[in-house]
Design a protein around this ligand. Sequence first.
Ligand code: SAM
Length: 229
Amino acid sequence: MGREQGAPRHRVLAPVTWMPMTKQTDHYFTAQPASAAERRDLRVHLAGREVIVATAPGIFCPDRVDIGTAVLLSEAPVPPPTGNLLDLGSGWGPIALSLGLLSPQATIWAVDVNQRALALSRTNAKTLGINDFHALTPDEVPTDISFDAIWSNPPIRVGKPALHEMLMKWLPRLAPGAAAYLVVQKNLGSDSLQRWLETELEASDPGAFTVDRQATARGFRLLCVHRMT
Ligand SMILES: C[S@@+](CC[C@H](N)C(=O)[O-])C[C@H]1O[C@@H](n2cnc3c(N)ncnc32)[C@H](O)[C@@H]1O
Protein backbone atom coordinates (compact mmCIF):
# COMPACT_ATOMS: atom_id res chain seq x y z
CA MET A 1 0.00 0.00 0.00
CA GLY A 2 1.36 3.41 -0.95
CA ARG A 3 1.90 6.35 1.27
CA GLU A 4 -1.32 8.22 2.11
CA GLN A 5 -1.78 11.49 0.29
CA GLY A 6 -0.26 14.21 2.40
CA ALA A 7 1.11 11.76 5.03
CA PRO A 8 4.60 12.66 6.25
CA ARG A 9 7.51 10.81 4.57
CA HIS A 10 9.20 10.08 7.88
CA ARG A 11 7.64 8.67 11.02
CA VAL A 12 6.90 11.53 13.36
CA LEU A 13 7.82 10.75 16.95
CA ALA A 14 5.09 11.33 19.50
CA PRO A 15 5.89 14.10 21.94
CA VAL A 16 7.92 12.76 24.85
CA THR A 17 5.78 12.31 27.93
CA TRP A 18 7.76 12.76 31.13
CA MET A 19 7.37 9.81 33.49
CA PRO A 20 8.51 10.00 37.10
CA MET A 21 11.26 7.40 37.85
CA THR A 22 9.02 5.62 40.33
CA LYS A 23 6.74 4.60 37.44
CA GLN A 24 9.61 3.24 35.34
CA THR A 25 11.81 1.46 37.85
CA ASP A 26 11.37 -1.16 40.54
CA HIS A 27 12.87 -1.24 43.98
CA TYR A 28 15.01 -4.35 44.19
CA PHE A 29 12.76 -5.56 47.00
CA THR A 30 9.57 -5.34 44.93
CA ALA A 31 7.64 -8.64 45.10
CA GLN A 32 6.71 -8.70 41.40
CA PRO A 33 9.00 -6.38 39.39
CA ALA A 34 7.23 -4.54 36.56
CA SER A 35 10.31 -4.23 34.33
CA ALA A 36 10.78 -6.74 31.49
CA ALA A 37 12.08 -10.05 32.81
CA GLU A 38 14.71 -10.45 30.07
CA ARG A 39 17.24 -12.91 31.39
CA ARG A 40 20.91 -12.56 30.63
CA ASP A 41 23.99 -14.60 31.36
CA LEU A 42 26.58 -13.30 33.78
CA ARG A 43 30.07 -14.76 34.22
CA VAL A 44 31.22 -14.52 37.85
CA HIS A 45 33.50 -16.21 40.37
CA LEU A 46 31.74 -18.02 43.21
CA ALA A 47 33.43 -20.31 45.73
CA GLY A 48 36.69 -20.13 43.75
CA ARG A 49 35.08 -21.23 40.48
CA GLU A 50 34.15 -19.35 37.36
CA VAL A 51 30.45 -19.93 36.72
CA ILE A 52 27.76 -18.56 34.44
CA VAL A 53 24.53 -17.50 36.13
CA ALA A 54 21.27 -15.98 34.96
CA THR A 55 20.19 -12.52 36.11
CA ALA A 56 17.55 -10.00 35.03
CA PRO A 57 16.47 -6.41 35.70
CA GLY A 58 14.23 -5.62 38.66
CA ILE A 59 16.44 -7.35 41.24
CA PHE A 60 19.43 -6.29 43.35
CA CYS A 61 22.74 -5.86 41.50
CA PRO A 62 22.00 -7.97 38.39
CA ASP A 63 25.22 -7.06 36.54
CA ARG A 64 27.89 -8.28 38.95
CA VAL A 65 28.59 -9.57 42.43
CA ASP A 66 27.94 -6.59 44.73
CA ILE A 67 31.01 -5.24 46.56
CA GLY A 68 29.48 -5.90 49.98
CA THR A 69 28.58 -9.43 48.95
CA ALA A 70 32.15 -9.94 47.72
CA VAL A 71 33.45 -8.77 51.11
CA LEU A 72 31.21 -11.27 52.91
CA LEU A 73 32.24 -14.10 50.57
CA SER A 74 35.95 -13.40 51.04
CA GLU A 75 35.95 -12.67 54.80
CA ALA A 76 33.45 -15.14 56.30
CA PRO A 77 34.91 -18.40 57.58
CA VAL A 78 34.22 -21.69 55.82
CA PRO A 79 30.52 -22.54 56.36
CA PRO A 80 29.43 -25.71 58.19
CA PRO A 81 29.62 -28.76 55.89
CA THR A 82 26.11 -29.94 56.77
CA GLY A 83 22.88 -28.65 58.30
CA ASN A 84 20.55 -25.78 57.35
CA LEU A 85 22.34 -22.77 55.88
CA LEU A 86 20.34 -19.59 55.28
CA ASP A 87 20.98 -16.72 52.89
CA LEU A 88 18.67 -13.96 54.13
CA GLY A 89 17.78 -11.67 51.21
CA SER A 90 19.22 -13.90 48.52
CA GLY A 91 18.68 -11.96 45.25
CA TRP A 92 19.89 -13.95 42.22
CA GLY A 93 21.83 -16.07 44.69
CA PRO A 94 25.55 -15.23 44.93
CA ILE A 95 25.64 -16.01 48.65
CA ALA A 96 23.24 -18.98 48.65
CA LEU A 97 24.96 -20.50 45.61
CA SER A 98 28.38 -20.05 47.26
CA LEU A 99 27.08 -21.81 50.37
CA GLY A 100 25.79 -24.65 48.18
CA LEU A 101 29.10 -24.98 46.32
CA LEU A 102 31.19 -24.82 49.50
CA SER A 103 28.93 -27.22 51.48
CA PRO A 104 27.40 -29.66 49.00
CA GLN A 105 26.03 -31.85 51.81
CA ALA A 106 24.10 -28.96 53.42
CA THR A 107 20.51 -27.84 52.91
CA ILE A 108 20.46 -24.32 51.47
CA TRP A 109 17.65 -21.86 52.19
CA ALA A 110 17.54 -18.80 49.90
CA VAL A 111 14.95 -16.36 51.22
CA ASP A 112 13.75 -13.25 49.46
CA VAL A 113 10.56 -11.25 48.90
CA ASN A 114 11.29 -10.67 45.19
CA GLN A 115 9.73 -13.49 43.15
CA ARG A 116 11.91 -12.83 40.12
CA ALA A 117 15.06 -13.07 42.24
CA LEU A 118 13.82 -16.33 43.75
CA ALA A 119 13.13 -17.83 40.31
CA LEU A 120 16.61 -16.82 39.09
CA SER A 121 18.31 -18.32 42.13
CA ARG A 122 16.43 -21.61 41.55
CA THR A 123 17.59 -21.68 37.93
CA ASN A 124 21.15 -20.90 38.99
CA ALA A 125 21.18 -23.62 41.65
CA LYS A 126 19.98 -26.13 39.07
CA THR A 127 22.65 -25.03 36.57
CA LEU A 128 25.36 -25.43 39.22
CA GLY A 129 24.08 -28.83 40.37
CA ILE A 130 23.03 -27.66 43.84
CA ASN A 131 20.08 -29.94 44.54
CA ASP A 132 19.13 -29.39 48.18
CA PHE A 133 18.26 -25.74 47.50
CA HIS A 134 15.05 -24.05 48.63
CA ALA A 135 14.32 -20.56 47.30
CA LEU A 136 11.31 -19.27 49.21
CA THR A 137 9.56 -16.18 50.50
CA PRO A 138 9.95 -15.63 54.26
CA ASP A 139 6.50 -17.03 55.09
CA GLU A 140 7.13 -20.23 53.13
CA VAL A 141 10.08 -21.38 55.27
CA PRO A 142 9.03 -24.06 57.79
CA THR A 143 8.95 -22.48 61.24
CA ASP A 144 10.52 -25.44 63.05
CA ILE A 145 13.91 -25.17 61.34
CA SER A 146 16.90 -23.68 63.12
CA PHE A 147 19.93 -22.56 61.13
CA ASP A 148 23.53 -23.73 61.39
CA ALA A 149 24.66 -20.57 59.61
CA ILE A 150 23.04 -17.38 58.36
CA TRP A 151 24.88 -15.30 55.76
CA SER A 152 23.31 -12.07 54.58
CA ASN A 153 23.83 -8.86 52.69
CA PRO A 154 20.67 -7.40 54.26
CA PRO A 155 18.34 -4.93 52.52
CA ILE A 156 19.36 -1.74 54.35
CA ARG A 157 17.29 0.38 51.95
CA VAL A 158 13.97 -1.07 53.14
CA GLY A 159 14.34 1.30 56.13
CA LYS A 160 15.17 0.67 59.77
CA PRO A 161 11.80 -0.65 61.02
CA ALA A 162 11.54 -3.31 58.28
CA LEU A 163 15.23 -4.20 58.56
CA HIS A 164 15.06 -4.55 62.34
CA GLU A 165 11.90 -6.66 62.13
CA MET A 166 13.55 -8.95 59.58
CA LEU A 167 16.73 -9.41 61.63
CA MET A 168 14.82 -10.12 64.85
CA LYS A 169 12.66 -12.66 63.02
CA TRP A 170 15.63 -14.72 61.74
CA LEU A 171 18.66 -14.25 64.03
CA PRO A 172 16.98 -15.90 67.05
CA ARG A 173 16.59 -18.99 64.82
CA LEU A 174 20.35 -19.63 64.89
CA ALA A 175 21.11 -23.03 66.41
CA PRO A 176 23.19 -23.01 69.64
CA GLY A 177 26.85 -22.57 68.66
CA ALA A 178 25.98 -21.22 65.20
CA ALA A 179 26.88 -17.83 63.75
CA ALA A 180 25.39 -15.29 61.37
CA TYR A 181 27.56 -13.07 59.14
CA LEU A 182 25.98 -9.78 58.03
CA VAL A 183 27.73 -7.38 55.69
CA VAL A 184 26.78 -3.70 56.03
CA GLN A 185 28.27 -0.59 54.47
CA LYS A 186 29.96 1.66 57.05
CA ASN A 187 28.26 4.80 55.75
CA LEU A 188 24.87 3.07 55.77
CA GLY A 189 25.01 2.56 59.51
CA SER A 190 26.95 -0.65 60.21
CA ASP A 191 28.18 0.52 63.61
CA SER A 192 24.80 1.70 64.85
CA LEU A 193 23.26 -1.55 63.59
CA GLN A 194 25.87 -3.48 65.58
CA ARG A 195 24.96 -1.58 68.76
CA TRP A 196 21.25 -2.05 68.07
CA LEU A 197 21.72 -5.81 67.59
CA GLU A 198 23.70 -6.12 70.85
CA THR A 199 20.93 -4.36 72.77
CA GLU A 200 17.97 -6.12 71.15
CA LEU A 201 19.42 -9.63 71.20
CA GLU A 202 20.49 -9.23 74.84
CA ALA A 203 16.97 -8.04 75.73
CA SER A 204 15.33 -10.92 73.85
CA ASP A 205 17.57 -13.67 75.29
CA PRO A 206 20.02 -12.46 77.98
CA GLY A 207 23.52 -13.92 77.66
CA ALA A 208 22.72 -15.96 74.54
CA PHE A 209 24.34 -13.83 71.81
CA THR A 210 27.53 -11.94 71.09
CA VAL A 211 27.88 -9.40 68.26
CA ASP A 212 31.38 -8.66 66.91
CA ARG A 213 33.15 -7.20 63.93
CA GLN A 214 34.64 -10.04 61.94
CA ALA A 215 36.27 -7.81 59.32
CA THR A 216 36.36 -4.36 57.72
CA ALA A 217 37.08 -4.06 54.01
CA ARG A 218 36.28 -1.77 51.08
CA GLY A 219 34.01 0.44 53.21
CA PHE A 220 32.01 -2.47 54.65
CA ARG A 221 31.88 -4.16 58.03
CA LEU A 222 31.25 -7.87 58.36
CA LEU A 223 29.32 -8.37 61.61
CA CYS A 224 29.26 -11.74 63.32
CA VAL A 225 26.30 -12.68 65.52
CA HIS A 226 27.19 -15.78 67.53
CA ARG A 227 24.57 -17.75 69.42
CA MET A 228 26.20 -19.42 72.42
CA THR A 229 23.21 -21.18 73.98
C1 SAM B 1 21.26 -6.08 49.43
S1 SAM B 1 20.26 -7.25 48.56
C2 SAM B 1 21.33 -8.69 48.54
C3 SAM B 1 20.95 -9.68 47.46
C4 SAM B 1 21.94 -10.84 47.27
N1 SAM B 1 22.11 -11.58 48.50
C5 SAM B 1 23.28 -10.33 46.78
O1 SAM B 1 24.22 -10.41 47.56
O2 SAM B 1 23.37 -9.90 45.62
C6 SAM B 1 19.02 -7.63 49.77
C7 SAM B 1 17.91 -8.56 49.32
O3 SAM B 1 16.97 -8.68 50.40
C8 SAM B 1 15.69 -8.82 49.84
N2 SAM B 1 14.67 -8.50 50.87
C9 SAM B 1 14.04 -7.33 51.12
N3 SAM B 1 13.19 -7.46 52.15
C10 SAM B 1 13.27 -8.74 52.57
C11 SAM B 1 12.65 -9.49 53.60
N4 SAM B 1 11.74 -8.94 54.43
N5 SAM B 1 12.96 -10.78 53.75
C12 SAM B 1 13.88 -11.36 52.92
N6 SAM B 1 14.53 -10.70 51.93
C13 SAM B 1 14.23 -9.41 51.75
C14 SAM B 1 15.70 -7.91 48.63
O4 SAM B 1 14.69 -8.24 47.71
C15 SAM B 1 17.12 -8.14 48.10
O5 SAM B 1 17.15 -9.16 47.13
